[in-house]
Design a protein around this ligand. Sequence first.
Ligand SMILES: Nc1ncnc2c1ncn2[C@@H]1O[C@H](COP(=O)(O)OP(=O)(O)OP(=O)(O)O)[C@@H](O)[C@H]1O
Ligand SMILES: [Mg+2]
Length: 258
Amino acid sequence: MTLSIAVAGKGGIGKTTLSALLIRALCDEEISPVLAVDADPNSNLAEALGVEASRTLAEIREHGSSPEGSPASGVGRARAVGDEIQRSITEAAGFDLVTMGRPEGPRCYCYVNSLLRRSLDELSRNYRAVVLDNEAGMEHLSRRTTNDIDVLIAVMNPTLPSIRAAKRILELSRELPIRIARRTILVNRVGEDGLPEEIEEAVAALDGERLPGVPQDDELERLGAFEQDVFCLPATSPALAAVRRAVEELSANTYSKT
Ligand SMILES: Nc1ncnc2c1ncn2[C@@H]1O[C@H](COP(=O)(O)OP(=O)(O)OP(=O)(O)O)[C@@H](O)[C@H]1O
Ligand SMILES: [Mg+2]
């Protein structure tokens, strides 16, 4: 069975960092291979994971929607998209990466989008876990990169605007025709003294299961500054320890709830 996790939240609150930490934690726990999906057009998940991304799926989409260079029949085209996705995968130790790239083009790619979605869902079955790093806001969710999410993680910082954004994401997720088994909330960059009362109350009012908070971790900032990836983090990193606890909880309890 595949554990699929989608990470969403306001811009700059740590979605990519958390996605990379989740992938590292899943690899550490041997819940692998992991499929990492970078669904942010301004993507930098590859850097956070220390790999070089190859072709993006947007390039495939362009190709698949043009009359020349793609098979005319539905079955042939579906197979072509599937093959292209296979070729676009970046392989690394413990995980593979696919990068979505820029979603919008001059024409409507709905048909090819739906092929992509199906191909990604099919591809996912070859992995023990899938982690989707989403762009800020909710566009990707409504564009539906996938039909099926086991765990949605709405990430926020200890700030009221990011908590409000998480609330909207949780609400929107209920309106979409996507199966989402668990809606969870995670506060990133928690200070040494925990959360201020007002923030704690706002988080407690959200309609989602609470995952362990991830502390402010200076090692993470240092990683970015020196262009290092999450696999360089020492095993003692407090942020990694918190994400590992979240992974343990998610892998132990998700299927018993569905
Ligand atoms: N727990 C943490 N402790 C310290 N720094 C953190 C933590 N989480 C994230 N950061 C830092 O915050 C910055 C933004 O993180 P990141 O790029 O992951 O956010 P994002 O939500 O993916 O942003 P975007 O919306 O632009 O995609 C990075 O410099 C990262 O190192
Ligand atoms: Mg990001």
